[in-house]
Design a protein around this ligand. Sequence first.
Ligand code: NDP
Length: 500
Amino acid sequence: MTSSKDIANKGLDTGTSNGDTTRLNGAPVPSEQHSVTTGPQGGINLHDMHLTEKLAHFNRERIPERVVHAKGGGAFGELTITEDVSKYTKAGLFQPGTKTPMLARFSTVAGEQGSPDGWRDVRGFSLKFYTEEGNYDLVGNNTPVFFIRDGIKFPDFIHSQKRLPDTGLRDANMQWDFWTESPESAHQVTYLMGDRGIPKTWRNMDGFSSHTYQWINAEGERFWVQYHFKTRQGWEFLTDAEAEELVGQNTDHSRQDLFEAIERGDYPTWDVKVQIMPFDEAEDYRFNPFDITKVWSQKDYPLIPVGHFTLNENPRNFFAQIEQAAFAPSNLVPGIGFSPDKMLLARAFSYADAHRHRVGANAEHLPVNSPIKQVNTFSQDGAAAYRFADPSLPVHGSNIAGRGSQESLDGGDLGLWAAKGEEPFRGAYIHHSEDDDFGQAGTLVREVLDDEARDRLAGNIARAMDGVSPEVEEKCYIYWTNVDEWLGSEVKKRFQENKA
Ligand code: NDP
């Protein structure tokens, strides 16, 4: 079996040494200290090829940072399946006893490269499993829900969380304007403003697929599935005051914490659990199960244990293996499919496309992204192509040799619900009996949080509103009153006290 160590070492140039260095063409470097000048005090000579090559390469060291989730860190590890969920999925990586090497990347959402790990923000929770059937990627978060339910609003949402065009500053007014104009955000914003909005470290948070996917078993039966990754390190958080102090001392504390924990052999582990909904129950469930702003109540669909994953190998090179890592929910494997979740379907296009722009058309040729499964494709060429097929094979589909003539309906990406023969449609999600934008956020506030957590939530919200205009301030009170009457009036009281 390919281990996490094998994956972490993929691409490591074993020929490098502490001895004499070479130019990129492998020829000896004349000097790393002195450039060639015309006499000891003259101009620099352009034909000092090592100098010009060194400077030119340096100028090209950065690739575009991710527009979202730019600041992150990650590590390699191993997924182990301890339970039998084969009645729900035939996917090889989830069969009992299977071990699969993997990569995890954690991140903040809105901050740029170099921004503090301790900002109040949702945390990205991306996983890439190098399975025997191809790479399987899950791009979740540390929350089970999301701010919006249709990918068409995603650029607007991110613009509102990033920076103003003139000042280049982040702006509470546009954040709250977007949220209060988008009531479907209420559940996620309640999470964000609550204790879980600043996890103490990445090791101290759970992960969620957030999206609903399909699992398909060997008999072709389909189920809806949501993944939960429960930290064995315990859920821990920082208060606003603690985070503020920490960020002043260390902007990279989560990146450092993960790296150092793995170096000392304290490998972080998450239990893998799923909620399973029988295919036909989706239609009548009290919440629309494809709406990512909702959870499926655990009372209706309890967590089912599957196994666990452990991160046990640090990257050997941050840029090559974390910055260039390309996670995309379009990377599915047989036994797993999409659901009619519009955020998921938009991301299925958008993530792969972002990497084509950011890393290049051949991002999957890089060791960190390439599958352990043999790739056999008609896709070819493009910038920095590294892999190529046996030249004796046809390069086009529809060939006499029969290469690529299979008609497998098992590519993993099938099974959209549109199989019901529906016409293209642009409109809202189908409304289920208990669907509304504020209900589940209110349940979280009233039934899940204790008095102290509720109190911190109100304080966090009031502080995060600092800087909003009077119009947006009013909208915030309505928004939070809709979530919970007590919370609305408490936020108002605290905000006005803070202003006084
Ligand atoms: P349950 O009582 O079955 O589940 C409540 C869940 O809330 C717990 O499992 C726990 O999940 C989570 N939770 C506990 N403390 C906090 C906190 N401080 N902040 C956020 N979440 C917390 O009820 P339901 O499943 O019917 O859900 C009720 C509400 O709980 C929902 O509206 C939702 O906001 C929230 N919730 C539900 C989840 C789900 O998947 N059903 C997951 C997380 C929250 P955990 O295991 O993560 O500690």
